[in-house]
Design a protein around this ligand. Structure first.
Ligand code: PMV
Length: 348
């Protein structure tokens, strides 16, 4: 079909990995499988305005973040367009205006690449749907959106669906793939319903190590093979944990995964310490709190100093009191973000 111009808007969430993706092969293929909770409140809203142009030999687009032109985002999007061009052959036929806004503060240390790339991938899928003569099924739409998002930023492929998404081939999950994320296909116990994620903003600065550099450090890493094997085992263990609702076992896997991710960075060459003193203060406080109260609160970390607190919804009040009484002093400007697991991306 011929389409001259129009616009489409999608909102896509961030996600927090329980089993971490760290290390990749060519073409954004993960070195190990991962699984994440899709978040609800932390998301990116992107409007893609497209207008047909006369020539089709270059990519043409402008990017705006919260209404302001952002030329610094262009190289990343240019790379993304180059990678996906063979799957979206119409890209050079249009000029795009990409307007994006995040519900979380830009410099909060929360990566916007997962939610941003998935929102953009979904907008482009909508355009593909408009241009296509054939009927596009919802299954194809979601799977290809995840496939494209992966080529923008690996973990973005886990930001299309909710509320638990697995990515990377794993022998216990027959529908899993290295090419796109899949909705977790097995039973999940009610203990995980409305699970909470409160993000303590310990350091809002720019990332010290970009994730592409970080993934690269797993090449020739002395512990790489063992780590990749462990990720497979931890994902197998989580399948049983999700079924039985065993929160003690859940905590062990999730905290160990977070510390292992950081251990990989501390033992690579060059080596990095991405935690801050306050990250460790928080972890110690959580452990003390848990042993004195029997709470099921645990932490996880991304490739930075911020701490994600994961806990069952029935502990919300107590945990928020604990945060306000004991943890808020370790947050930059006392800043934290309350979120919980969510259902995935939406068209606006
Ligand atoms: O999607 P990337 O390339 O930014 O990598 C993200 C990796 C971690 O956030 C550290 C772990 C994960 O699985 O999300």
């Amino acid at each position: 079909k011929t389409i001259e111009n129009g616009s489409v808007t999608w909102q896509a969430p961030s996600n927090i990995a329980l089993v971490k993706y760290w290390g990749k092969k060519e073409n954004q293929i993960p070195a190990n499988p991962s699984i994440s909770f899709t978040l609800s409140g932390c998301n990116t809203k992107t409007t893609l305005t497209y207008s047909k142009k006369d020539t089709n030999n270059t990519f043409s687009f402008d990017v705006y973040l919260s209404g302001e032109k952002q030329d610094s985002f262009k190289p990343k999007i240019e790379t993304f367009f180059k990678r996906i061009e063979i799957y979206m052959p119409f890209l050079k036929d249009f000029h795009f205006k990409i307007e994006t806004e995040n519900t979380f503060p830009h410099s909060s240390g929360i990566a916007s690449s997962a939610s941003g790339m998935s929102a953009l991938a979904l907008c482009l899928m909508d355009l593909e749907r408009l241009l296509s003569d054939a009927e596009i099924s919802n299954n194809y739409f979601g799977q290809k959106a995840s496939f494209l998002a992966r080529l923008g930023s690996g973990s973005a492929c886990r930001s299309i669906e909710g509320s638990l998404v697995a990515w990377g081939e794993h022998h216990d999950i027959s529908e899993s793939s290295n090419l796109f994320g899949v909705k977790y296909p097995f039973e999940v116990h009610d203990n995980f319903k409305d699970y909470q994620d409160t993000i303590l903003l310990v350091d809002k600065g720019e990332k010290q190590v970009s994730s592409s550099v970080g993934h690269g450090l797993m090449h020739n890493h002395p512990f790489a093979e063992q780590r990749f094997k462990q990720a497979h085992q931890n994902l197998s263990a989580l399948i049983t944990i999700f079924k039985t609702g065993n929160l003690e076992a859940f905590i062990k896997i999730v905290e160990s995964e977070a510390l292992t991710l950081h251990a990989m960075m501390m033992t690579s060459m060059p080596y990095f310490i991405l935690m801050k003193p306050n990250t460790l203060e928080i972890i110690n406080k959580i452990w003390t709190y848990r042993s004195s109260t029997g709470s099921k609160l645990c932490f996880t970390l991304d490739a930075g100093a911020n701490v994600h607190l994961l806990y069952p919804v029935n502990e919300k009040q107590e945990v928020l009191e604990f945060i306000n009484n004991e943890l808020v002093v370790y947050c930059q400007n006392g800043h934290y973000i309350c979120d919980q697991i969510g259902l995935g991306a939406n068209k606006i």
